[in-house]
Structures are given as structure tokens and as C-alpha cells.
Write a protein that binds this ligand. Structure first.
Ligand SMILES: NC(=O)c1ccc[n+]([C@@H]2O[C@H](COP(=O)([O-])OP(=O)(O)OC[C@H]3O[C@@H](n4cnc5c(N)ncnc54)[C@H](OP(=O)(O)O)[C@@H]3O)[C@@H](O)[C@H]2O)c1
Length: 259
């Protein structure tokens, strides 16, 4: 049911996993607030979704890597008296290579978007959900959250934070009727891999999951109130295997794969 002024907010909802999640929520008649940097793309999606799904779409062009980013989102929501029923913290960045050789200042950008924006938005919107006694938050981590990742150290560490925070909040609020889930995909066919400078062999490219399949599993898991959603049986097996081996060994395997 399309209820006036009740919305699902998605960061990074113009491409990849975020866009596919946006389509699923829109098909279920959720109004949307979409956050991303590219204003033209946001405008196009607003026009397309409002026509196709008969919902209202608010767009907030924002760079989540930059300080004060969340203020803009919160201001729009408060000014328009919007109720955010579901928050999807999807936007995130990564960078391939040795920590000491990463671009100057990249660490602040990554922490701002992957950790601070996600935490700030989670805390702000969770308070409203607790008052109303309903709502849901889906935080996007990665299978990278389960181990340490040489040559992608900041990304793996930030996703470990997302997983740990989300699991803890899930337990804190589940008796209050609020769903809090963590999505942990393995490699997905989106522009993320290229933006992060990850080079995949032709063989490895065959194992990339489609973003729409990841989003479908995420959506179903979120509706069911699952704590951790790992799309695809290969990723589930990978995580299980990783739990059975010493951390030193999983780091060695990742370093070898990343060389
Ligand atoms: N793809 C994978 O292999 C993979 C695997 C596991 C987990 N994940 C996680 O899944 C999430 C989504 O990744 P994806 O692969 O779907 O990425 P994607 O296809 O590259 O899409 C990224 C989305 O985030 C937005 N975005 C990027 N930087 C932003 C910024 N600074 N401020 C605001 N919005 C920003 C982009 O729009 P603009 O460019 O217009 O800002 C776009 O809408 C990320 O958290 C990622 O870590 C991805």
C-alpha cells in the first residue's frame, strides 16, 4: 500500500545492488528517497520510477564521503515531514592495493561513507522507528566482513564494522518489532569492482553474481527479519569454510588471490 509520507531511503540507489533494491521496494509500492552524487541520474530514475511504479520519489544529491553529508539528508526528511520506514545503507567504496600506498586522504573518504554515514543514518532513523514500534534497516557489508583482507585492508575492516554493528543492533531492537539485517554479498557484477581498481581474470568474472539476484535474496531475507543475508550457496560455503580455518590461513589465501 502506498501510504503518503512513508518512505524507504536508499543510499547509492542509482546503480548496482542499490538500484535493484530500489526497484523491488518500488514494485511493493514503497515511496523512495534515493541518495547518490550524480544528479542527472537521480532525476532520470525519479521520472522513470514515478511513471512505472506510481510512487513518489525524492532525490537527494549528496557526496557521502564528505563531512556534513548526513545533515542534508536529515534536513530534507525533517522539512518534508517524511517518515522513513526502511533505511538501506547501501553506498560504499573500496580500493585495491597496499594500505601504505593508497591515495592520500582516501582513508577519510572510505571511513566517512562506509562507517560514519552508515552509523549516523542508522542511529537517527532507528530512534524514530523505536518510537513508532516498526521499521527496518538493511546495512550492506560484504563477505569481506568475515576476515581480514591484505591489499584491501580498509575495505575489509570497514565491512567487519558494519557486520558487527548491525548484528548487535539487530539483537537490541528485535523485540521492539524492528528488523535490522546485514547483507553480505560476495563479488557482484557492478561498477564497484572497476571503481575499486579490482582486476578480475576472465575465469573469476564468471563467478560474479548478478545484482538483481543479490537484491532479490536481500529483499526476501530482510522481509523475513534475518540477521545476516549471504546471497548464493557458493558464498555461504565460502563463509562456512572460512570459519573452519585459522585466520592466518584465510589472510594468506586472500593475499595470494590479490597478488
Ligand atoms: N559489487 C561487489 O562486488 C560488492 C560485493 C560485496 C559488497 N558490495 C557492497 O555493495 C554496496 C553497493 O555496491 P555496488 O557494487 O552496487 O556499487 P555500484 O554499482 O558502484 O553503485 C554505487 C552506488 O553508490 C553511489 N555512490 C558511490 N559513491 C558515493 C558517494 N560518495 N556518495 C553517495 N553515493 C555514492 C553511486 O552513485 P553516484 O556515483 O552517483 O554517487 C551508486 O548509486 C557497497 O557498499 C559495496 O561495498 C559490493
Amino acid at each position: 500500500m502506498n501510504i503518503l509520507n512513508r518512505y524507504t531511503l536508499i543510499t547509492g540507489g542509482t546503480e548496482g545492488i542499490g538500484l535493484e533494491l530500489a526497484k523491488l521496494f518500488a514494485a511493493d509500492k514503497h515511496n523512495l528517497i534515493i541518495v547518490a552524487r550524480n544528479e542527472d541520474k537521480l532525476e532520470d530514475i525519479k521520472v522513470e520510477f514515478e511513471k512505472e511504479y506510481k510512487i513518489t520519489v525524492e532525490i537527494i544529491p549528496t557526496d557521502l564521503c564528505v563531512d556534513k553529508f548526513c545533515e542534508k539528508i536529515i534536513n530534507v526528511v525533517e522539512e518534508k515531514k517524511i517518515i522513513v520506514d526502511n533505511l538501506i545503507n547501501n553506498a560504499g567504496i573500496g580500493s585495491f592495493g597496499f594500505f601504505a600506498e593508497s591515495e592520500e586522504g582516501f582513508e577519510a573518504k572510505l571511513i566517512n561513507i562506509n562507517i560514519i554515514a552508515l552509523t549516523t543514518l542508522t542511529k537517527y532513523f532507528l530512534k524514530g522507528m523505536i518510537k513508532r514500534g516498526n521499521g527496518g534497516i538493511l546495512n550492506v557489508a560484504s563477505t569481506a566482513a568475515f576476515t581480514s583482507g591484505p591489499k584491501m585492508s580498509m575495505y575489509y575492516s570497514s565491512k567487519a564494522y558494519v557486520l558487527s554493528l548491525t548484528e548487535a543492533i539487530h539483537d537490541e531492537v528485535k523485540s521492539l518489532g524492528i528488523r535490522v539485517s546485514c547483507l553480505c554479498p560476495g563479488p557482484v557484477k557492478t561498477s564497484f569492482q572497476e571503481s575499486a581498481g579490482i582486476k578480475k581474470s576472465e575465469k573469476a568474472k564468471k563467478y560474479l553474481m548478478d545484482a538483481n539476484r543479490v537484491a532479490k535474496e536481500a529483499y526476501l531475507g530482510f522481509i523475513k527479519g534475518k540477521t545476516i543475508i549471504i546471497p548464493g550457496y557458493k558464498n555461504k560455503l565460502l563463509i562456512l569454510g572460512n570459519k573452519l580455518i585459522p585466520r592466518v590461513l584465510s589472510r594468506k589465501i586472500i593475499l595470494k588471490n590479490n597478488s
